[in-house]
Design a protein around this ligand. Structure first.
Ligand code: 5GP
Length: 187
């Protein structure tokens, strides 16, 4: 039965801000929440699972889905496409399941335009230098991709005022606690 209390918790942050760790923590603390698995044309990282982290599809398949209007929103960056699949979101909400999203800033703003019961949470890195350092240590990107991600981080930070909440991730444990409090308040 539809539960109109179901909400969309939409997380955005420049990559390397600790967003993935925080989102995992949310899903652990609120075990009734589900994660919105996006589609992407980017290559799968060794730590990622098909259908769990993303649906990894070809550019042709992605473009077909765009033409068929299957996305709530989609963005292209770093030469790859990323999109939120409408039927999956609607399916979760129809079941009354609150859904957690991890999308870029423009995606978050687009989601809120479609679903008014969205709560937008921006995870901010302490500084661009710290972010750079974290990305270098993570070592999952080529130098060129790393440079692009840093440029993008600066752009993403300029959108943070359009979010309902901004959580600064200076200390990961503190940031996790703050996010938990926000959600407890919103439930
Ligand atoms: P990554 O390649 O590091 O997994 O993701 C790159 C960026 O794409 C991140 O900012 C991530 O949040 C964003 N992203 C992932 N899925 C989607 C989506 O469905 N839509 C949008 N707009 N961005 C997404």
């Amino acid at each position: 039965m539809a539960n109109n209390k179901a909400k969309l918790y939409v997380f955005s942050a420049p990559s390397g801000s600790g967003k993935t760790t925080i989102v995992r923590d949310v899903l652990k603390n609120f075990s009734e929440f589900v994660f919105s698995v996006s589609a992407t044309t980017r290559k799968r990282r060794s730590t990622e699972k098909e259908g769990v982290d993303y649906y990894f599809i070809s550019e042709d398949e992605f473009k077909k889905k765009i033409d068929n209007g299957e996305f709530v929103e989609w963005e292209k960056f770093y030469d790859y496409y990323y999109g939120t699949i409408k039927s999956l979101v609607d399916g979760n909400l129809a079941k009354g399941l609150s859904t957690v999203f991890e999308v870029d800033v423009k995606g978050a703003i687009s989601i809120k335009k479609v679903y008014k019961n969205s709560v937008l949470i921006f995870i901010a890195p302490p500084s661009i230098d710290v972010l750079k350092d974290r990305l270098i240590k993570r070592n999952t990107e080529t130098d060129e991709d790393l440079e692009k991600r840093i440029e993008r981080a600066e752009m993403e930070l300029s959108f943070k005022d359009q979010f309902d909440y901004v959580v600064s991730n200076v200390n990961l444990e503190e940031a996790k606690k703050e996010v938990k409090k926000i959600i407890e308040k919103e439930i």
